[in-house]
Design a protein around this ligand. Structure first.
Ligand code: CP
Length: 530
């Protein structure tokens, strides 16, 4: 049995490789870099795939210099079959889907796909689709997908080279890092990958420097907080430098003003000036400060001015060179050429299946309580009562939520009603939905109800008595429902993309639903199509 845990693995987001796997990758990059710089051909050869039938496909649907060319040079290093798909003349332009396109290329003996696209989560989706295609066609490999940047989402290979560069400048220590992230933190996928990427360091302090319009999205802030990072926010470099605790590593990103509306474009100069380094700032930097930038740098409006190129502060050039070394090693790992000596520590214990519908025991039900009937509600003899909906919200919010529940649960066409009332304390508002008649809900319907109305109670009534009562809590995962949809229009699972990728969500620590493709967080009431 092949014990290489890297072989055949995709890298759709940085967290697809564990912290110890990334550290192992860094150790290999360090070795390869030394071999290349000292022209140690025997050591270099120990990394080479050296197989002219090993197929690597580059598909860049957005422009690129570094990622595309460093992967191309990495593939040349490996002596493999490298093909570049020309998207301008492909059947994408005849409306072909991503799944059909990449299934086709999978069938032509290609094991690795490197994809850059505006569509977020595309690699995660194709990983499943094309594996299934390979299985049903008896192909002897499972294709690997490497995300070379997907919209505003992630850029995991850039993250690898960034982390490696920080590690190199940290005397190869991962004990701690204090990093300033400067620039367009809203659109920059390279900084979004840092939310999980920096976990490779034991103690992380992050200073976010961006005006409000370019601030880090809430989802990534939540991830950083969950990861235990110390986080501070500043509106400009000027503001940052007017306090004393200044990082010695600064990571700049290009303002992606072209992605913004007219209103923001009118303020482009003002926004740029908040995140552009100026000569007068130099004397305020701590000794040994290093600047990084994923590049490209805008030739008219560089956030790192060119006069800094010749100073020791310049870390971005070495960072860019490290890109090729990291990508050579990544290809060597996923092809199985190296990595067999890596022994992972015990795998994380799998999360036990969690029940999200709890039946209230019969003895609790049978305890006689004085019957309290909400004002205006007539008890029903047989039927279904969903109670405690949106407890504590306003009557308007509760009514809107009940409309959604009725739609999602298919209750609109049945007789019955909805009611907003106060609970037993006479103060807190809650919603009640009742439907008379014989009612049964299967497991799938119970899961839908738990997803759309967590915290509610579900009562089955017979002979004027509650014969079964359930309490619902948020299921840890929601998928397999055709009316689920991620609200991010750029996500592969959004209907606007017409890719028929089934939406999937995972519950977060903050009880949000995170899209399994693009990581956008949703409240439970947002994941079903309205
Ligand atoms: N850093 C980076 O992704 O650069 P390119 O867009 O040139 O690939």
């Amino acid at each position: 049995m092949d014990s290489n845990v890297f072989k055949g693995r995709s890298l759709c987001t940085i967290d697809d490789f564990s912290i110890e796997e990334r550290k192992y990758l860094f150790s290999q990059v360090r070795k390869l870099k030394a071999a290349i710089l000292s022209d140690d051909t025997a050591l270099m050869d120990s990394f080479r795939i050296n197989d002219p039938d090993f197929g690597i496909y580059e598909v860049f649907l957005e422009d690129s210099t570094r990622t595309k060319e460093s992967f191309r040079n990495a593939a040349n290093f490996h002596h493999v079959k490298l093909t570049e798909m020309s998207s301008q003349s492909s059947s994408f332009n005849k409306g072909e889907s991503y799944a059909d396109t990449f299934n086709t290329l999978t069938g032509y003996e290609n094991q690795v796909f490197i994809i850059r696209s505006k569509v977020e989560g595309v690699c995660r989706y194709l990983e499943g689709e094309c594996s299934e295609y390979a299985r049903r066609n008896g192909l002897p490999y499972r294709p690997v997908f490497i995300n070379a940047g997907d919209g505003k989402h992630e850029h995991p290979t850039q993250e690898l080279l960034d982390e490696y560069s920080f590690f190199e400048d940290n005397a190869f220590s991962t004990d701690s890092i204090h990093l300033a992230l400067v620039g367009d933190l809203f659109h920059g996928r390279t900084v979004h990958s840092k939310a999980n990427g920096l976990k490779v360091f034991d103690h992380v302090k992050v200073d976010l420097i961006a005006p409000k319009d370019l601030a880090m999205p809430e989802t990534y802030l939540e991830i950083m907080k969950d990861n235990g990072y110390e986080i501070r926010a500043f509106g400009s470099i000027e503001e940052y430098l007017s306090q004393n605790d200044i990082a010695t590593k600064w990571y700049f990103t290009r303002p992606q003003l072209e992605r913004m509306g007219e209103r923001i474009l009118e303020r482009a100069d003002e926004l740029r000036s908040c995140i552009t380094f100026r000569e007068e700032f130099l004397s305020r930097l701590p000794e040994g400060t290093i600047f990084y930038h994923p590049l490209p740098r805008h030739k008219e409006h560089p956030v790192i001015p060119v006069f800094l190129d010749n100073l020791p502060i310049n870390g971005w050039e070495r960072q860019s060179i490290n890109g090729m070394y990291c990508r050579i090693v990544l290809l060597a790992l996923v092809s199985g050429r190296i990595g067999s000596d890596f022994i992972p520590s015990d795998p994380k214990p799998s999360i036990p299946e969690e029940d999200y519908i709890h039946q209230v025991p019969d003895d609790v039900l049978s305890r006689k309580k004085e019957k309290v009937v909400s004002e205006g509600v007539r008890p029903i003899d047989e039927g279904l009562v969903i109670d405690h909906i949106s407890r504590g919200k306003t009557p308007e919010e509760i009514r809107e939520h009940m409309r959604l529940i009725c739609k999602v649960m298919g209750l609109d066409s049945l007789k019955g009603g909805e009611w907003v009332s106060t609970g037993s304390d006479g103060v807190t508002w809650k919603g009640i939905i009742f439907r008379p008649g014989h009612m049964e809900l299967d497991r799938k319907s119970l899961k839908r109800l738990a997803a759309v109305a967590p915290g509610c109670t579900l009562n089955f009534i017979k002979g004027g008595r509650v014969v079964a009562k359930y309490r619902a809590s948020m299921p840890p995962r929601i998928y397999n429902f055709s009316d689920l949809m991620c609200t991010n229009e750029a996500c592969i699972s959004n209907a606007l993309q017409s890719e028929n990728a089934p939406a999937m969500f995972v519950r977060t620590e903050e009880n949000k639903y995170r899209c399994a493709y693009c990581d956008k967080d949703h409240s439970f009431s947002e994941i079903f199509r309205k």
